[in-house]
Ligand binder design. Structure first.
Ligand SMILES: O=P(O)(O)OC[C@H]1O[C@H](OP(=O)(O)OP(=O)(O)O)[C@H](O)[C@@H]1O
Ligand SMILES: O=c1cc[nH]c(=O)[nH]1
Ligand SMILES: [Mg+2]
Length: 212
């Protein structure tokens, strides 16, 4: 498989992902597990932030101590399901600016339809991390990055929970400059474009909107 993709294989992530995938997981459990895994995905996605040094005093001595330095962060959630990763990312970096792109995948064409777009200013001066748990066909993620690049972003990463091989292919062909961080790459897509084995519809599971 081509592209710059990091799979977070930490046992805690893989264990929590198994609990979250199970169809018996309640909405509350799904939400909490996505939040917990999101912390680890954020930890990985931000592992290359540049550090500078500032002088501080500890109770014992002075030192030149490391601090995150340089470009500010922007997190952009692909609505709705991206909001499940936004909360843990903000837990890690509370002063990041936040944007949203609202996309709904057309069930027949499997193409995204945009219904909302709002991003922070000066995206060209920010490290921009785009969030959506699912990279299935890759159409939504590739389109989201197209729009976010049009808004000025240049230094981008994409963070998801699950990816399908076809989605990784489509995404990395469209945006070879955008590294992807995920917790797993599954086997395939079904006839409706759902990731197999996957977890079902992430938005419905996160918000409890699946019709009975
Ligand atoms: O890679 P793709 O084939 O484009 O599929 C992935 C998209 O599908 C889901 O969103 P959905 O359209 O279900 O919207 P929702 O978050 O409101 O449920 C998911 O959150 C992605 O945005
Ligand atoms: O498996 C999938 C594919 C697209 N969107 C989802 O929420 N789940
Ligand atoms: Mg959905």
């Amino acid at each position: 498989m081509s592209g710059n993709i990091t799979v977070v294989e930490h046992p805690l992530v893989q264990h929590k992902l198994t609990l979250l995938r199970r169809k018996q997981a309640s909405t509350a459990e799904f939400r909490k597990l996505l939040w917990e895994i999101g912390l680890f995905l954020g930890y990985e996605a931000m592992s290359d932030l540049p550090l500078g040094r500032v002088p501080i005093e500890t109770p014992v001595s002075t030192m030149e101590a490391p601090v995150i330095y340089g470009k500010k962060l922007a997190f952009i959630s692909v609505l709705r399901a991206g909001d499940g990763l936004l909360a843990p990312m903000l837990e890690l970096a509370p002063s990041a600016r936040v944007g949203q792109i609202g996309l709904s995948r057309n069930e027949i064409t499997l193409k995204p339809e945009k219904y909302y777009f709002k991003t922070p200013g000066n995206l060209d001066q920010r490290r921009t991390i785009v969030l959506d748990p699912m990279l299935a066909t890759g159409n939504s993620a590739a389109y989201a990055i197209d729009e976010i690049k049009k808004a000025g972003a240049r230094d981008l990463k994409f963070v998801c929970l699950l990816a399908a091989p076809a989605g990784v292919e489509t995404f990395t062909k469209a945006h070879p400059d955008v590294p992807v961080v995920t917790a797993a790459i599954d086997y395939s897509l079904d006839d409706h474009g759902y990731i197999v084995p996957g977890l079902g519809d992430a938005g419905d599971r996160l918000f409890g909107t699946k019709k009975a």
